[in-house]
Structures are given as C-alpha cells and as structure tokens.
Design a protein around this ligand. Structure first.
Ligand code: SF4
Length: 335
C-alpha cells in the first residue's frame, strides 16, 4: 500500500532526500530508493509497502534469536518486502531483495496485525525476516497499538537507521536483536552495501535507551572470521556492557555467497572462547546444534540457568525475579 513517508527533506527541482537510514538517498521525481520501497512521487516521498505483509508465523522467541527476553515463549512474527542492505549472503533474499511488485503479499491494517497476534495467543509481536527499518511508519503504528494492549514488541534488525527515527522507535520496542555483520567497514561496503559505524551507533543507542539488546555475529569463512576481528568486536561489546548476550552463528552457503563452505565448528568454538576471555558473560553459538553452547549458565557460579536443545527451552536455575537460584546473582534477563 502506498502512504506518505516520514523522515525526508524537500530539495530543489522536486528532488527529495530520505532521512530514514544512513544511505540518505537523494531521489529525483519517479525514483525509488536503494531499499526499493520508498519513492519520490511528484516531489513527495512515499512508502510503497505500508501494511504490505510478505510473511506471518508464530515462532519460538529463541529463533530470533533472543535468549534473555521471555525465554520459552512463542511470538507472532511478521515481515514485509525490501531491505536497505544488499547482503550477498542474505538468508531471506526472496523477500528482502524485492520491492512491492513481489506477488505473494497481502495488505493489512495495523490493528489487524495486533488482532491476529492476539488470536494466535501471542503476548508480543516480532518485526523480523526482512529489515523492519524500511517498514518504519507501519511497524511503529502496529507497535503502538500492541503496547496499548499490554503486548511487547521485538525488532530483529540490521541496525541501519538514522538517529531521529530510532529515537521514535525505542519508545515502542522492548527488545532488539541487532546483526553486527562484521567488525570492519571493508566487509560492510563489499558484502552489504552499507557501512559499519551507523550500526554500532544504533546498538549503543538502544543499550543507552535501556532497551533489551542482544547481538548476532554470523561468522563467514575468510570474510569476517579473523580472530583479531572477533576480539575487537567482543571488546567493543564489553565496553558497552559485558551483560549483552552475543550470538555467534555459523554461515551456510546461500544466495550470492556460494563460493565457500559452511563455517568450521572450530572457528565458532574459538570465537566463543575469545568472547569469554574478553569478559562477555553470555555467549552462544547458533547453527551448531550443540546444547552446551545454547544453554545459559550463571556467569558467577556456573549454575545451569536455562537448558536449551534445538528450540526446547527449560528454565532450570532461575528465581522468579531473575536471579541464579544457586548464588543469587542478578541475571540480565526479562522473564
Ligand atoms: S530507507 Fe530506503 S530510500 Fe530511505 S535512505 Fe534508506 S535506502 Fe534510501
């Protein structure tokens, strides 16, 4: 659905500059932005995917991944089309690398999404699968309605957003998982079409705003797997807070990145060790299917707090106020 966009500036000769993400696309009349879903029509910027839904499903919240926010719950998840990055290894490229012409979508009102989530017995809504930033106007509308009904909202994002819309967003989103796709600008430019610094700024802002934050780093052989780079990433996380949960995930060849094999297990195990050595308290491995790297342990006494195996989650060692039931340490967790 087409709707007037927010966050843009009028320029000369019917040009506009979009201010939603750090690309800050300058668009002539009739031109569409890098994300494929914002268009200059007659000197005004429109969002072309307002209410346009490509997928809906109820998922374990661990699939986002969020391990320290409502563990064991299931969350209604929703997405649109388009993305402001062009990652060569995108796992959801069928919906992210297309525009509103994609035939398998349906339009909904914001209140419909909340109603459907409620009907599915979900206490929250996750904006996920493709990049929710480029659905800003609609996702904020949905999130506002959900909040009024006492539900929570989750954003799974690449973090490529300008500060003004982010300021608005954090009022309605309770938990974020932000992808840190690598810790070099070179990777971002070459593989994603974006840049690193705005993503780091977003993560820092979300943490400062007091929102629940988890980070995901997909390790790709020969692109972002250098132990020195992993260490710098872990040190940066540690400088914000050692309590931020970090998910290292294993790459499998996909989309345009099929010239290399999956990430060796020893590489992700080594990343785990580096992050723990740096001092991070909650480190997890994804796509390895090793329960010992998916479970949560008390950083103080090593007590098993949450046992995870595939998507089965069992809270074993936490008190109702989020403390280790062995030593009493307060855990960074929202139950
Ligand atoms: S949201 Fe889209 S149109 Fe706006 S700056 Fe980003 S890529 Fe360009």
């Amino acid at each position: 659905m087409k709707a007037l966009a927010r966050y843009w500036t009028k320029l000369d000769k019917k040009k506009v500059r979009c201010e939603l993400c750090p690309h800050r696309c300058i668009l002539d009349d009739g031109q569409v932005g890098i994300c494929r879903v914002r268009k200059n029509i007659g000197g005004k910027l429109y969002t072309l995917n307002y209410g346009t839904v490509s997928s809906m499903a109820v998922d374990p919240i661990e699939k986002k991944p969020l391990f320290h926010f409502k563990p064991g719950s299931r969350i209604f998840s929703v997405s649109t089309v388009g993305c402001n990055l062009r990652c060569k290894h995108c796992q959801n490229w069928e919906i992210s690398q297309v525009g509103p012409e994609y035939p398998y979508t349906r339009d909904f009102k914001a209140s419909d999404i909340v109603k459907i989530a409620e009907e599915h017995g979900s206490e929250g809504i996750a904006f996920t699968y493709n990049e929710p930033t480029i659905w800003h106007e609609f996702s904020v509308e949905v999130a506002k309605i959900a909040k009024k009904k006492g539900m929570y909202n989750v954003y799974v994002t690449n973090g490529y957003i300008q500060e003004e819309p982010l300021r608005e967003l954090v009022n309605y989103i309770d938990a974020f998982n932000i992808d840190i796709k690598a810790f070099t600008n070179e990777f971002y430019i070459k593989i994603t079409g974006g840049t690193l610094q705005p993503v780091l700024r977003t993560a820092e802002f979300v943490h400062r705003a007091g929102k629940h934050l988890e980070l995901t780093y997909l390790i790709i052989p020969r692109l972002n797997d250098d132990p020195g780079e992993i260490r710098k990433f872990a040190e940066w996380v540690n400088s914000i807070s050692p309590k931020i949960p970090v998910h290292f995930s294993r790459f499998y060849p996909t989309y345009k990145l099929t010239d290399r094999k999956e990430t060796p297990l020893k590489t992700v195990h080594n990343a785990y060790k580096i992050a723990k050595d740096v001092g991070l308290e909650y480190v997890y491995l994804g796509n390895t299917w090793e329960p010992e790297y998916e479970s949560t342990y008390c950083p103080n006494c090593g007590n098993l707090l949450i046992k995870r195996e595939f998507y089965n989650t069992e809270i074993t060692g936490l008190t109702s106020d989020g403390r280790c039931n062995n030593c009493g340490k307060k855990i960074n967790i929202v139950l």
